[in-house]
Design a protein around this ligand. Sequence first.
Ligand SMILES: [Zn+2]
Ligand SMILES: [Zn+2]
Length: 113
Amino acid sequence: MTLTLDHEPTAWLRAQLQGIDDAQPGCRHIRTGRGVKLPAVFALWQPGFVTCHPCAAALLPATGSASDRTCDRCHRQCIPALGDPIHPAATQVGAILVLLGLCRQCLRREVPQ
Ligand SMILES: [Zn+2]
Ligand SMILES: [Zn+2]
């Protein structure tokens, strides 16, 4: 399940999104401008890079690995087996899809219920 953050971003999220301006091309398609499949992807757990959509799969941490369970906001490692899941979330900035994973507490801060 992917939650979409469609409200006014928090100061934290705005600061992360500013990193897009300094991000390097993360795949040869973005680097060369040839064969780019949009939306481009900026993942908050790999904030230095923007890749095209198909190449973003390479940015994903291995399922169940420590980085797969680490909250991008507070850097806490969630323990899904103890009812403490990580929540995949996404927001969009222009043609760039921004992916992030949040613990329950941080999700509440970013997506008021
Ligand atoms: Zn690519
Ligand atoms: Zn968190």
